[in-house]
Each structure stands twice: as structure tokens, then as C-alpha cells.
Design a protein around this ligand. Structure first.
Ligand SMILES: Nc1ncnc2c1ncn2[C@@H]1O[C@H](COP(=O)(O)OP(=O)(O)O)[C@@H](O)[C@H]1O
Ligand SMILES: CC(=O)N[C@@H](CCC(=O)OP(=O)(O)O)C(=O)O
Length: 261
């Protein structure tokens, strides 16, 4: 791997797992980027798969400010949908695209420290960067880690972590370039138009107005946190435009550029 290129940390949302064409395109782009000498880490969600699995088991989905309230009885279903089904769907697609990948979660190699975020949310985790050794080892082999957002705390509780928040921690761990890929072209304004650049003041204003809400509120907060931490913009874009990812290398922007200031 080239030493002067930052590792690309791509976060994909759950809707991708239900779109075969989107999956194939994303993996083809990732394969090209890896081929060009840049390392890639894929961090993924799977919220819609969790919703489906909960419903199939007669359980309710409750969210607070974009985060799933996760009572103890839902933990096995959440873990199965994220660390199991979602992770393996992505691995299968990566292998098909010729990528050597390793399926993992936030529980592996002590990469992060996890704790319960807020008792109100149940088994929802907050994570902080801990030790990048395992990830760096995988990247040094030219392999692509595929990371689900399941973590564990010091007491051995499995925790459900929002995948955008998981991606911020992975980006910090490897000091990588973070791109949050969702099912929308980026952050949209009140008229549904794409916002090309977004700073904190503008994001706060749109959040107050209710234009940025739910999952996008969590995503923008995650993007702002990493942009400020790294001192460089973070992109929020669509996985439907995965072929545009190569434009990033040329310094071009895709989707919404979330600014550090
Ligand atoms: N201002 C906004 N711009 C774009 N999407 C928004 C906005 N506010 C709320 N959303 C919602 O946020 C969703 C993306 O967040 P989320 O569902 O968590 O995505 P993912 O699963 O890809 O992480 C969009 O599909 C949209 O429904
Ligand atoms: C605590 C929390 O909200 N966890 C998320 C984890 C999955 C996720 O974030 O998936 P997307 O990226 O597809 O939204 C959830 O259970 O839905």
C-alpha cells in the first residue's frame, strides 16, 4: 500500500444491502481504489434489516433522536442482523468483486473501548478509539476490513452502536478519509436540493428548523466531529454514485462536503 495515501473509510447504510446493483457498483469502485494502492475500510449499518428482523420476531422498533432503543431481548436479533447477515452480504459481494476482505466487528482486536451510552437507550454503545494494531495488520496485507457496528463493554455486554458513530471512531483510529454513503445524494435543504457545503452553524440552523432530522442528524453530527478532529472535510454522499469515489482522490467533492469550521 502506498504510504502517502490516507486510508479511505467508507460507511454504507443498510439500504445498500437490499440493492444488488448498488452493491456490485460499490464493490467494483472499492476494488479499483484498492488496485490503485489506497487502502479501504468498509464500515456498515443495516438498520432496515434490523427493523425487518425485529418485526418478524414480533418486536417493536423504537428510536430516540435517530438511535434505536435496544432492550436486552432485542440484542440477539440486532447482533444477528448486523454482525451476521449484513456483514456476510457485504463480504459475499466483495469476494465476487475480487476483493480479499475480512468480516469483523468493533469487538475484534480491542480496536475500540465500548460502554453503555445512556441507560434510557438500553444496550446502545458509545465507543472510543483504542488500538489500531489489528486494523493496520489487515490493511498491511492489502485486505479490506468490513466492520459491523457491534461492540462489547468491559462487562461482556454486547452493544448496538450507530454505524455512523462507529465509522467516526474507525476513521480516527487510522486517521483516514471518511465518506458517509447513504441512500440520499447528500444533505438536502428544505426544498430537497443538495447542499454542496455545510458548516456547523448552517447544520445547527437546519437541525433547529427540523430540516435535518433522524438518521441524517446523527450522520451530520458524526461528519462534523470527524471534520473538526481531522481538520479536513467529510463527504456525505450516496452509494448510488459510488463510481464518483475516484473523484475524491483528485480533490473533487461528491455529495455534501461537511466542513471542519
Ligand atoms: N436534510 C436531510 N437530507 C437528507 N436526508 C435526510 C434529511 N433529514 C432527514 N433525512 C433522512 O435521513 C436518511 C438518511 O439517514 P439514515 O436512514 O440513517 O441513513 P443510513 O441508513 O444510510 O445511515 C434519509 O434517507 C432521509 O430519510
Ligand atoms: C444504536 C443504533 O441506532 N444502531 C443502529 C445500527 C445500525 C445502523 O446504524 O444502520 P444504518 O447505518 O443502516 O442506519 C440500529 O440499530 O439501527
Amino acid at each position: 500500500m502506498s504510504a502517502n495515501k490516507k486510508t479511505l473509510v467508507l460507511k454504507v447504510g443498510g439500504a445498500l444491502m437490499q440493492c444488488e446493483m448498488g452493491l456490485a457498483r460499490l464493490m467494483a469502485s472499492a476494488a479499483n481504489i484498492i488496485e490503485s494502492g489506497q487502502s479501504v475500510i468498509l464500515v456498515h449499518g443495516g438498520g432496515c434489516l434490523v427493523d425487518e428482523q425485529l418485526e418478524a420476531n414480533g418486536m417493536e422498533t423504537v428510536k430516540l433522536d435517530g438511535l434505536r432503543v435496544t432492550p436486552e431481548e432485542q440484542v440477539p436479533i440486532v447482533v444477528g442482523a448486523l454482525a451476521g447477515t449484513s456483514n456476510k452480504i457485504l463480504q459475499a459481494s466483495a469476494v465476487k468483486a475480487g476483493i480479499t476482505c475480512v468480516g469483523m466487528s468493533l469487538c475484534d482486536g480491542a480496536i475500540v473501548k465500548g460502554s453503555i451510552k445512556d441507560e434510557q437507550l438500553g444496550f446502545v454503545g458509545e465507543v472510543s478509539p483504542n488500538d489500531p494494531t489489528y486494523l493496520n495488520f489487515l490493511l498491511a496485507q492489502g485486505w479490506m476490513p468490513i466492520v459491523s457496528s457491534i461492540a462489547v463493554d468491559g462487562d461482556g455486554n454486547l452493544l448496538n452502536v450507530n454505524a455512523d458513530q462507529a465509522a467516526t471512531v474507525i476513521a480516527k483510529l487510522v486517521e483516514g478519509q471518511l465518506v458517509l454513503l447513504s441512500d440520499v445524494s447528500g444533505v438536502l435543504d428544505g426544498k430537497g436540493q443538495l447542499i454542496k457545503t455545510l458548516d456547523k452553524a448552517h447544520a445547527d440552523e437546519l437541525t433547529k428548523l427540523g430540516v435535518i432530522e433522524k438518521g441524517m442528524k446523527v450522520k451530520v453530527e458524526a461528519a462534523l466531529e470527524v471534520a473538526q478532529w481531522m481538520g479536513q472535510p467529510v463527504q456525505v454522499a450516496s452509494w448510488r454514485d459510488a463510481e464518483q469515489l475516484s473523484a475524491l482522490e483528485k480533490g473533487e467533492s461528491i455529495g455534501t462536503q461537511v466542513m471542519p469550521h
